[in-house]
Design a protein around this ligand. Structure first.
Ligand code: FAD
Length: 326
């Protein structure tokens, strides 16, 4: 019997999020010949995103384009996804989403409504015949759990930057616009979103993160890190120590109570390496630590360590990279 794999795709400022392409790639790896693959795209003014997404999916692309979905509203988005799932020819077997703020919000609601299992924050997927094993980190990345969905049905969120993104499909997918009827009664209504203006690279999806800790000593000190991040096309992150000290915004905080990042390169500057910080970055592919204390715990997880004053080392790195990229 054919199965249906569904990817709930997210956009940011009208552009497809990388993690959604990673989810599409995962769905493609898992499905077998004859299994249906569908993507669900919600939002408003989605023509460009839908056309772009159609390039990556051989199946059908269900698009709900409605003015009330212009900003994510949990109840509305959930109802829209349910309406999209109801439009599928068969029941979904596996629903894949990014482990983002939206994915984390939607996934448990969907699992509850569909009465199926849920696996969160998956960093690797292994398929052996019909058996799919999901790997997810535990205890701040100190251990890994391997989970299966006993009947193979469920909702899965994927940690960004852990799987390869989908490559363009051989044939473009079919765009299926769906009508959306917002529910007449809502228990919550979003009134306003106050955005912090930032044209910078999304921290959770950045390939390179330059992160600063209390060792950066001031908000002005973070400029040095911004220059390096800009030069590398990366994003700036921070430890909670730096956020608590008021050197930067909490939106940059990485760790147990902040964001989880898994970039190709993580450059920790003036960060001691507390377990709560490691929880948010220890899965990074390459960790470079710059710290003037050779005994700093961050060096235990670092692939490359530079013992020195970040205010000397970071500008030198920026200068060198600028020459390389000039
Ligand atoms: P510090 O520990 O003070 O380290 C500063 C480092 O900078 C030192 O190693 C020092 O040698 C180095 N340094 C100083 N000057 C220079 C210089 N000029 N050049 C180079 N190096 C220099 N922390 C997080 O980061 N994220 C979290 O999500 C988080 N969640 C938490 C949750 C709970 C429940 C608790 C209890 C704590 C949490 N913490 C979190 C806090 C965490 O325990 C640490 O206190 C925090 O990570 C320390 O930040 P830091 O490394 O910037 O500061």
């Amino acid at each position: 019997m054919s199965k249906s794999y569904v990817v709930i795709v997210e956009t940011k400022e009208g552009k497809l999020r990388q993690v959604s392409l990673e989810a599409l790639h995962a769905a493609n790896l898992l499905r077998e010949d004859g299994d249906h693959l569908s993507a669900v795209l919600l939002g408003h003014q989605l023509d460009d995103a839908a056309a772009e997404l159609a390039r990556y999916i051989e199946g059908q692309l269900l698009v709900i384009d409605h003015a009330e979905l212009h900003t994510y509203q949990p109840e509305l988005a959930f109802e829209a996804v349910i309406q999209a799932l109801n439009a599928l020819p068969d029941e979904p077997k596996l629903i894949l989403l990014g482990h983002t703020a939206i994915g984390r919000d939607l996934a448990p609601q969907l699992a509850a409504r569909l009465a199926c299992g849920q696996v969160s924050d998956v960093t690797a997927i292994h398929k052996d015949g019909n058996r799919i094993t999901f790997t997810r980190p535990l205890y701040a990345g100190k251990a890994f759990e391997q989970t299966i969905l006993t009947d193979g049905t469920g909702v899965v969120t994927l940690r960004p930057n852990n799987l390869a993104p989908a490559a363009p499909a051989a044939a473009a997918g079919t765009i299926v616009p769906l009508e959306f009827t917002p529910p007449s009664t809502l228990q919550t209504i979003l009134k306003d979103v106050v955005r912090k203006v930032s044209g910078k690279v999304d921290l959770t999806e950045a390939k390179i993160v330059v992160s600063g800790g209390r060792g950066v000593k001031s908000a002005v000190g973070f400029k040095v890190l911004e220059e390096l991040a800009d030069c590398l096309g990366g994003a700036v992150g921070a430890s909670r120590g730096a956020c608590d000290a008021g050197y930067c915004d909490y939106a940059l905080q990485i760790g147990q109570t902040g964001k989880v990042v898994t970039p190709e390169i993580y450059i920790a500057c003036g960060i001691s390496g507390a377990i709560q910080h490691l929880a948010g970055m220890s899965q990074s592919r390459i960790i470079i630590a710059i710290n003037k204390d050779p005994e700093a715990p961050i060096f235990k997880v670092a692939d490359y360590g530079i013992v020195g004053d970040l205010f000397e080392v970071v500008p030198l790195l920026t200068e060198q990279f600028k020459e390389v990229f000039a």
